[in-house]
Design a protein around this ligand. Sequence first.
Ligand SMILES: Cc1cc2nc3c(=O)[nH]c(=O)nc-3n(C[C@H](O)[C@H](O)[C@H](O)COP(=O)(O)OP(=O)(O)OC[C@H]3O[C@@H](n4cnc5c(N)ncnc54)[C@H](O)[C@@H]3O)c2cc1C
Ligand code: FES
Length: 260
Amino acid sequence: MSELPEIVKIIKITQENPCVKTFFFDKRIQAKPGQFVMAWIPGLDEKPFSLSYVGKETGITVEEKGKFTKRLFQMKEGDKIGIRGPYGNSFGLKANACVVAGGCGIAPLSTLIENLKNPFVILGARSKDRLIFEKRFPNAKITTDDGSFGEKGFVTDVLKNVLRDRKSEVIYTCGPEVMMKKVFEICESHKIGCQASLERYMKCGFGVCGQCEVNGFRVCKEGPVFSSESLREMKGFGGFARLKSGERVSVSEYIQWRCA
Ligand SMILES: Cc1cc2nc3c(=O)[nH]c(=O)nc-3n(C[C@H](O)[C@H](O)[C@H](O)COP(=O)(O)OP(=O)(O)OC[C@H]3O[C@@H](n4cnc5c(N)ncnc54)[C@H](O)[C@@H]3O)c2cc1C
Ligand code: FES
């Protein structure tokens, strides 16, 4: 694909939970685990989404948040949108892996899990009705904040317990940035490599505009996957992000993870 969007047809939509849907397209995209595409709704905007299905099916798994995703959620099978990409780097595949996903963070991790040999997967959500892909990954250890399904607590609590008994060479993670920061700190204390997929507001998606920059790293180009060496240098990780206007705010102000 080029830097110009290609018009694709939505051929299937699955409702994953009350505020998350997966949109499947009629176009096959060759991509590595962790890469993303820019989705374009003409006359509205363009936004980045990880490819959650690659191979036989091509799909993105989207949480309803603001203007763009609300419009996408109104679309039906047969409707068309623009797609360009794939962009960004990808997860580096390693053995003896543990995967830690929070909420919609399972989207970029799902094709990774399918490419790993027997990873230990920890899948967390606020509550049972907010879980995604628990059926796609039936061996995953599930946690919910309120205990309505699986183990009560945070994915990071389970990770600490897992690392006591299981030798892991790498921890892959995606989810709310406060969660990823905690996962990274656990990795550092155990001297285990971490690979985290970060999100920042994007405009071009391929390294030109500078909108997604964090401490000299462009999330769309050098990322979105960053390993421990980069995360150590990245003071903005878990710290700050830029709004569409370019204004720098704290990560908690930037991301409202919860839909109404
Ligand atoms: C590399 C990458 C991969 C992504 N993959 C997915 C995915 O697989 N599924 C998914 O649901 N979302 C994903 N996102 C986030 C997605 O791009 C935003 O949720 C989307 O742009 C929201 O648009 P909106 O107009 O609906 O909401 P807005 O009204 O723009 O914003 C709603 C909330 O989302 C935050 N937000 C807006 N744009 C972004 C952005 N580009 N990155 C992070 N947060 C943002 C805002 O701060 C605000 O709190 C990804 C982002 C990046 C950078
Ligand atoms: S979005 Fe333009 S440089 Fe990353």
